[in-house]
Design a protein around this ligand. Structure first.
Ligand code: GGG
Length: 350
């Protein structure tokens, strides 16, 4: 029997609430599928930062490196600037373990009302492949002459051929396995260096996938079209920043950030991948017990899928799908209910 070692970083705000609530159903799914996993908890995040001035220890990546996978709840705290929390925990893990594919499915489930008129179950089902280790999130730049009127800030985006090719190829592979449609997102009319380069790479890689139909969209048009015609999208591939923005649009049109899962994947065996709900720490609802645990459960489903445990992955995904389709089942306020986090998981397990 396989026994996996999973590092769990609940993080900040509602992170620990959704992570702890979800663990029992995750354990059920593993047991029913005939494997086991051990979790090791790392209480890294902003409480540690406020106490010790570091989000995680200096040897944090070393401590995570032996695990089969990593699960993260959320980062962010009202008293700490967001760039500190992001650059102190989430981004070092994504970059340190070369998790270059940020995979974010956007599915409109049965029982969920989209804010888009006329859209129902199954009408929206696309996945965003977001470049996850470079682009606009590269730490290239600086600030000079602070406090003077000639103060200057420079933030450069970094696009390498290797980095761009591999995310584009991963997206093409996904499109070839799905409906054969790929939309590449750029701003190549304005960003004539990096984004025209991105277009060139897409053209090169497209030659390897003649069966995949390629559409190119500027990010502003894509933001509009995700609302205007979301049913036409299958796989989108985008830079780090554009992918981040568009997946929030995707979460809204499919009902809630509380239903949006994600994986930061390093394909291959060299490093662990990391899975997390797309939502942040939601300080406005911390402690109220109403955070939606379903994005966390779906993210565990993605984790098990990555480990090759398809039975457990499907069991978790189907449990969420069935619950949402049941109009009598409990649901949290973000999707129109009044139930708490615990009641939703208890119902999933029943
Ligand atoms: N669930 C992880 C989390 O807290 N994300 C908040 C966030 O700011 N994410 C930015 C990103 O995904 O790049």
């Amino acid at each position: 029997m396989d026994a996996y070692e999973i590092a769990v970083i609940p993080g900040d705000g509602i992170g620990p609430e959704v992570v702890d609530a979800a663990l029992p159903i995750v354990a059920d799914a593993a047991e029913n599928a005939g494997f086991s996993f051990e979790t090791t908890r790392f209480d890294w995040g902003t409480e540690r930062y406020l106490d010790r001035d570091e989000m995680m220890p200096d040897d944090g990546l070393d401590r995570l490196s032996g695990f089969d996978s990593i699960f993260l709840g959320a980062v962010g705290h009202p008293e700490v600037p967001d760039h500190v929390t992001l650059h102190g925990l989430l981004l070092p893990i994504r970059k340190g373990f070369d998790q270059y594919v940020c995979k974010r499915p956007n599915v409109l489930f049965e029982g969920i009302e989209s804010p888009l008129r006329g859209y129902g179950a199954g009408d929206v089902d696309f996945v965003v492949y977001r470049e996850n280790t470079e682009g606009e999130y590269a730490s290239v730049g600086g600030r000079e002459h602070r406090g003077f009127d000639h103060e200057t800030a420079v933030q450069s985006a970094l696009f390498t051929r290797r980095g761009t090719e591999r995310i584009v190829r991963a997206a093409f592979e996904a499109a070839a396995e799905r409906e054969g449609r790929l939309t590449s997102i750029t701003k190549s009319n304005a960003q004539a260096h990096s984004m025209v380069f991105w277009d060139d790479v897409v053209e090169d890689v497209a030659a390897e996938f003649p069966s995949v139909e390629v559409e190119r969209l500027l990010v502003d048009a894509a933001a509009m079209d995700l609302i205007r015609r979301p049913h036409e999208f299958d796989v989108l591939v985008a830079s780090n920043l554009f992918g981040d923005i568009l997946t929030d649009v995707g979460a809204q049109i499919t009902g809630s950030m509380g239903l949006a899962p994600s994986g930061n994947v390093h394909p291959g065996e060299s490093y662990p991948s990391m899975f997390e709900p797309v939502h942040g720490s939601a300080p406005d609802i911390v402690g109220e017990g109403v955070a939606n645990p379903l994005a966390t459960v779906l993210s565990w489903s993605m984790l098990f899928e990555e480990l090759g445990e398809i039975g457990a992955a499907d069991a978790l995904w189907n449990a969420v799908t069935d619950q949402l389709a049941d109009e009598d089942a409990p649901r949290t306020p973000d999707i129109g209910g009044t139930a708490g986090t615990g009641a939703v998981v208890a119902d999933l397990r029943s």
